[in-house]
Design a protein around this ligand. Sequence first.
Ligand SMILES: Nc1ncnc2c1ncn2[C@@H]1O[C@H](COP(=O)(O)OP(=O)(O)OP(=O)(O)O)[C@@H](O)[C@H]1O
Ligand SMILES: [Mg+2]
Length: 296
Amino acid sequence: MATEKRDTENATTGAKDELAQAAARPAAQAAQRASASEGDSGRLTLDNVSARYGAFRAVKDVTLAVRPKSVTALIGPSGCGKSTLIRTINRMHETLPGATVSGSISLDGVDLYSSDVDPVRARRVVGMVFQKPNPFPTMSISENVSSGLRLTGGTSKSEIAGIVEDSLRRAALWDEVKDKLNQPGTSLSGGQQQRLCIARTIAVKPRVVLMDEPCSALDPVATLKIEELIRDLATEYTIVIVTHNMQQASRVSDETAFFSMDDDRAGYLVETGPTAEMFTNPKQALTEGYIQGRFG
Ligand SMILES: Nc1ncnc2c1ncn2[C@@H]1O[C@H](COP(=O)(O)OP(=O)(O)OP(=O)(O)O)[C@@H](O)[C@H]1O
Ligand SMILES: [Mg+2]
């Protein structure tokens, strides 16, 4: 089911705001039946995904099944397309001029690129945490967490307060901020800001959380805190994390996917498997070389 994405298409997809609604349509019913037992578990399936910047193909034919409610680490040398790939999963890639995606990406059997799926909705269901903590600078701690909810409306003030507290607790930040919820998000330390961004992401109840090197701007103590949090969140969410830190990948992930680059600089998936196996007994020499630090 190949899908070429164009910006013009996005303008016409605003009608549906629930992925589930899209799935109920005839075109998606077969896929929905196939995954009926999964419910909304957060199973991601990438099939032959390529991503381009204009004519340049940065990601080539990636086929990858991401297990629900687990942590999958994406590793590989700089420039092999890890960030590009995860940005295709929440439909952020296509927001850049000239950027296109082909292949298919589905979540719990629903094609995220179906014309029935609103990309804004897709970005809520598949949340993203970035390399550098990016709380909204003009907003308080509390407003940062509730920003997504306020944007869509329909949630009462008291409900919002409850969700803010739950999300901050879930992000292991509540005890540190409960007495200063009205202070700016940017007044927190880097590690706290990153947990705030995680709280903001989970406040809108995603099924998948993408993280692009979420600890690279943090010190080792803050890093370990986030890693603990990631393990904890994986009981509820499917997590895909890009990391250059091999220890981090081995500490935090259940599955690891190793990417490399062809001569034409197109990134491709070399192999994937359970993290313990990938780090002790990879099938490909290329993987072994990278993990042992011989290149990349
Ligand atoms: N906005 C863009 N326009 C054009 N090319 C881009 C753009 N962003 C990235 N690229 C190119 O796409 C390829 C993949 O980049 P990407 O950032 O996805 O790699 P990465 O694996 O995340 O690297 P790193 O580990 O350094 O973060 C690179 O060749 C990069 O130069
Ligand atoms: Mg990157």
